[in-house]
Design a protein around this ligand. Structure first.
Ligand code: ATP
Length: 668
């Protein structure tokens, strides 16, 4: 028996509610980084100051003071004067509107063309993508500057139309970047779900694909904006900007370059203005690109501190012989409810533990927490995850990276999402093999082929050359398992690894997992809502309901003789009947749904759906009776066991009020 028989009362008693984390609302995430603040403030300042320059500038841009030519900063001229005695401050800010606005125009044109084309190509498939890609390749092959000069030759020094044409040319590059992102986003399950739900193409793109691309769009836009400023200044430097006396940054720099030796200061104000504005755009891009990282660190500080404290106190409680021990694990939304509370289990080497339960019970959150891979805004707020001799809760990202892949690996339920559509299977396997095993590329390729063979892929060489979209679901899942094995992990976390596959392939993948456990001594934590899978594969099982483990123990014992009413109900509702047993005429049902986090009932969370619930089940438990070798989170467990009750097929649990239960022979 390796599932940690935690004292259920202990679980309940030590699970305190987590106070919600205070989160700064309303402030965009990039404004929480100094670079982002600097970039945004500077760009807004220059834009506003330039657009309003006519209202506040101390001198007209063409007002000459020949007696004070080439002066340094003074109270009369804060940034000095140019060779004609004109005020540099007034000219710089008056000149600012053109590069800023024309660069914005360039961006609007570039993204206005590139982004819709990428969305169309990603949606319509290979043929459309190939046509659009070839056209954009032609555009990218054109010599940019020569083309711009030719355009200027035809239409004259009109920087707005010139920058718009530059936007058309750059749209090809925007398309290339956005296509990769759009293709990857379109493969996500929620996009498919939206399409299955009948959402039209435009709405799928606007509501689901574009929001996921927003960060990349913003980063690209901020970087291209800086490039636009430099091209703009370059054209004006070459004399293709506004005609004198209208100021432009490029012409002012060109003018200053003639006086580098007799008045070096002249270069400073305009040069700095251009440099700072370009740096500001790049800083903004960096801040946008770092979305979530700083936020995640900040948000997790408090919960982690508590978690580490809990981990330290639980260090003495290691289960002998276990490689993984989870105790009192609580996972919470940062400014919201707990998703999982007081979860505990242990895993021996070379065994398989199944986490089962209905959808929304917290199985995935529990499994992902083992690798520190919780979604943004969700964090471990209490408890301990001990892996061999190491406490995983509280480790930094760098420390977790030493464990991820090398010691603990993961496969997901959707293999196609786990593989990067942009790279061949060879590339995706060779990179981690080189990193984990420190071998040369040819050796890594050999290992990759061996790994593919070890997961049952016969034509490994062909698969290595393939891209994910060329593989079937079963093949892709085998590749994902091979990918998980690249770091020779000791623990594999498999989150519903067969859900997306058809029945025959499911059986093959399960058999593969079984032989990996047997042959390599791998330990596996498998998430499943399929009791057939659990019975088939698992040594131990932890049944989860509404964020807690309600029953755990050896799989055979729990599945043959369930003690918690929820486990009984799950088994009663299970359509898979073991060979040789009679097929029931009707399956049991469990009325209602799993209560969502934040709405869990007091006392037993299953009480509102339980056929055996009584008044005592709806108040907080004091202590729970110990039950056999396993752990059962039910105050009536002994009573129900003595009465030998079974979940009634026709019984419908009350969803709201708990009536004194008709208990099929159990004394109330
Ligand atoms: N990013 C998130 N932010 C807030 N709540 C979340 C988030 N992800 C999941 N949840 C909630 O956490 C609860 C547990 O989710 P989890 O995915 O672990 O359930 P599960 O048992 O694995 O279900 P399934 O089999 O459907 O994946 C659910 O109520 C879910 O709505």
């Amino acid at each position: 028996m390796s599932v940690l028989p935690l004292d259920a009362a202990d679980q309940v008693a030590t699970t305190e509610p987590v106070p919600p984390t205070r989160r700064r609302r309303g402030l965009p995430y990039f404004l929480r980084r100094p670079g982002g603040v600097f970039g945004a403030v500077w760009l807004v300042f220059v834009l506003v100051a330039s657009l309003t320059a006519a209202l506040w500038r101390p001198y007209a841009v063409d007002e000459q003071d020949l007696a004070n030519r080439l002066q340094g900063p003074s109270s009369a001229h804060l940034l000095g004067t140019d060779p004609l005695g004109r005020d540099i401050l007034s000219r710089i800010f008056t000149a600012g509107a053109l590069p800023l606005l024309s660069s914005l125009l360039m961006l609007v044109v570039a993204f206005g063309i590139g982004l819709p084309l990428a969305l169309i190509a990603a949606e319509r498939g290979r043929r459309t993508e190939q046509v659009i890609s070839r056209l954009t390749e032609i555009l990218m092959a054109l010599p940019l500057i020569i083309l711009l000069l030719a355009v200027i030759g035809v239409i004259g020094n009109k920087l707005y139309p010139v920058m718009a044409i530059l936007g058309v040319l750059i749209s090809a590059a925007v398309y290339r970047v956005m296509l990769g992102v759009a293709q990857s986003v379109r493969q996500r399950l929620y996009v498919d779900a939206a399409r299955v739900n009948g959402l039209g193409s435009l709405r799928v793109n606007l509501m689901h694909v574009l929001p996921s691309m927003a960060t990349v769009v913003a980063v690209q836009a901020a970087q291209l904006f800086g490039i636009g400023l430099l091209i703009n200044a370059g054209l004006a430097f070459l004399g293709f900007g506004p005609a004198e006396p209208n100021p432009s940054w490029g012409f002012m720099i060109q003018d200053a370059s003639k006086h580098l030796f007799d008045d070096p200061w002249l270069m400073v104000p305009t040069g700095l203005m251009l440099a700072i504005t370009v740096v500001a755009a790049n800083e903004l891009a960096d801040a946008i690109a770092s979305k979530g990282k700083a936020e995640k660190r900040g948000r997790r500080r408090r919960p982690l501190a508590r978690a580490v404290a809990a981990a330290t106190t639980s260090a003495r409680l290691a289960t002998p012989g276990a490689v993984l021990e989870v105790r009192d694990l609580t996972i919470s939304v940062d400014d919201g409810p707990d998703l999982v509370t007081g979860v505990g289990f242990a895993l021996r080497p070379g065994t398989v533990l199944g986490l089962v339960g209905e959808s929304g019970c917290g199985k995935t959150m529990t499994a992902r927490s083992l690798m520190g891979l919780l979604p943004d805004g969700v964090a471990i707020s209490g408890g301990s995850i001990r892996w061999t001799d190491r406490e995983l809760v509280g480790l930094s990202e760098t420390q977790l990276n030493e464990v991820r892949g090398r010691e603990i690996a993961m496969i997901s339920q959707e293999p196609m999402v786990a593989l990067d559509p942009m790279f061949s299977i060879a590339y995706q396997l060779i990179q981690p093999i080189k990193r984990f095993r420190k071998v040369s590329r040819p050796v890594a390729r050999q290992i990759a082929a061996e790994l593919l063979r070890s997961v049952g892929i016969v034509d490994a060489e062909r698969v290595l050359k393939s891209y994910p979209h060329q593989l079937s679901g079963g093949m892709a899942q085998r590749v994902c398992i091979a990918l998980a094995l690249t770091g020779e992990p000791k623990l594999l976390i498999a989150d519903e690894p067969t859900t997306a596959l058809d029945v025959t392939v499911q059986a093959e993948i399960l058999s593969l997992l079984r032989s990996l456990v047997k042959d390599t001594g791998l330990s596996v934590v498998i998430v499943s809502h399929d009791l057939g899978v659990v019975a088939d594969l698992c040594d131990d099982v932890a049944v989860m309901y509404a964020g807690e483990v309600v029953e755990s123990g050896a799989a055979a014992a729990v599945l043959d003789d369930p003690s918690h009413p929820y486990t009984m109900a799950l088994l009663g509702a299970n359509p898979h009947v073991p060979e040789g047993e009679p097929v029931p005429l009707r399956l049991a049902s469990i009325a209602g749904t799993v209560p969502p986090p934040g709405s869990w009932p007091t006392g037993c969370r299953f009480a509102t759906r339980c056929q055996f619930a009584q008044e005592q089940c709806t108040v907080p438990f004091g202590s729970l009776p110990a039950h056999g070798d396993g752990s059962v989170l039910c105050i009536r467990v002994d009573e129900l066991a003595r009465a030998n009750v079974a979940w009634e097929v026709d019984e419908v649990g009350a969803e709201t009020a708990v009536e004194p239960a008709p208990t099929a022979g159990v004394s109330s």
